[in-house]
Design a protein around this ligand. Structure first.
Ligand code: 5GP
Ligand code: MN
Length: 339
């Protein structure tokens, strides 16, 4: 997005218009934080935006300010469709392609609204306004920079700061992952100065597991398989494992990182069976110069970032695991590099 486009948007936002904010399907804290943070900011400058999430958000985010006013497309599709038909601006937050919006995709494509994309994934589709930067820690950090470009940082109050800080913390793994830049820390510090409670948010995100989630983690760690020769570790969870532990959306988030916590492991994977949709959700993480984004794109019809990516497998669990082990063996050269 160039300076002229930013000024154009600033002029549009001077008058009330119909704005819809959209996160990706199965939204995480970065997607929800970016939507809520931008929503609170837009309200502050006189707009009345509506967030519509393609699918439900995880329950561990229920404390976030304003989350109860989010519409879930699957539950409110008729009202959502009406809103999208009359929208002037739609913000796509934390995703690069409309195919990541589940059943909402058709309505989004039909809407006459101008799309503003703010996102840090590789290969964004083309839209009227695109602010894409794959080196950014999180979309929440980008929303902060977007507000800064509009010259409105002083409109960031405690609610905006809380939501944006939350997405930065989760997408950087509490400032651990490689996308964390000096600017990320500066943005986080400014958000704390503007009212975000750093330790409080950390506690709400990291120390709020249900006992079912802990039990699922216990099982996941029991299932962890290490392919030491290939610097790889993976976890598989079957539908029965999820059902037995009263699985709710978001419960397996972060599990994939346990593989990478083992010394010498450069590639970690998590396979979670989604029996309702007859497929397996694949999460991939890496260290060093091994790109899981490429792996996800080439073998699992997915994408993401260099060190964090995801996709799906239409095979059975056992076939998926055999397929994965084969492709790890095939790419072992890259996994040895610098190990
Ligand atoms: P996760 O493993 O946490 O679901 O996703 C890791 C990263 O990969 C996220 O940034 C997410 O947006 C991206 N990602 C996950 N699943 C998919 C997918 O099916 N398609 C694409 N294009 N990206 C995905
Ligand atoms: Mn993100």
């Amino acid at each position: 997005m160039n300076a002229r486009q930013v000024q154009g948007l600033k002029a549009v936002l001077k008058n009330p218009c119909h704005i819809v904010l959209v996160p990706h399907q199965n939204p995480d804290a970065d997607a929800i934080g970016a939507c809520l943070g931008l929503c609170h900011f837009l309200k502050k400058i006189g707009q009345s935006p509506q967030i519509i999430s393609p699918t439900d958000y995880p329950r561990y985010l229920k404390w976030m300010p304003g989350i109860e006013r989010i519409w879930v497309y699957k539950r409110e599709s008729a009202a959502s469709d009406r809103l999208l038909e009359g929208a002037d601006l739609i913000f796509y937050l934390d995703f690069n392609t409309v195919s990541r919006t589940d059943a909402m995709r058709e309505s989004l494509m039909r809407s006459p609204a101008a799309v503003v994309l703010i996102d840090h994934h590789h290969q964004p589709d083309s839209f009227p306004y695109v602010y894409s930067d794959v080196d950014m820690s999180s979309t929440c950090e980008m929303v902060y920079h977007f507000i800064s470009k509009l010259g409105d940082l002083d409109s960031i109050d405690e609610k905006v700061a809380t939501c944006l800080y939350t997405g930065i913390v989760t997408d950087t793994g509490s400032f651990r992952f490689s996308g964390t830049s000096p600017t990320t820390y500066r943005v986080a510090a400014d958000l704390v100065e503007r009212g975000a409670d750093g330790p409080g948010i950390q506690e709400r995100i990291c120390d709020s597991y249900t006992i079912q989630r802990v039990n699922l983690l216990r099982l996941a760690l029991k299932n962890l398989k290490v392919l030491a020769a290939y610097h790889t570790a993976y976890i598989a969870l079957q539908a029965e494992d999820l059902a037995r532990n009263n699985y709710q959306s978001g419960d397996t988030e972060g599990f994939v990182n346990y593989g990478l916590a083992i010394k010498g492991i450069r590639l970690a994977a998590l396979f979670v069976e989604d029996r309702a949709r007859g497929r397996i959700k694949v999460s991939l993480r890496s260290k060093g110069n091994f790109s899981v984004c490429e792996l996800a794109r080439q073998y699992f019809n997915g994408g993401g970032h260099t060190h964090a990516a995801g996709g799906i497998s239409e095979r059975s669990m056992s076939e998926t695991l055999a397929y994965f082990e084969d492709l790890v063996a095939k790419h072992r050269g890259l996994l040895y590099e610098g190990a």
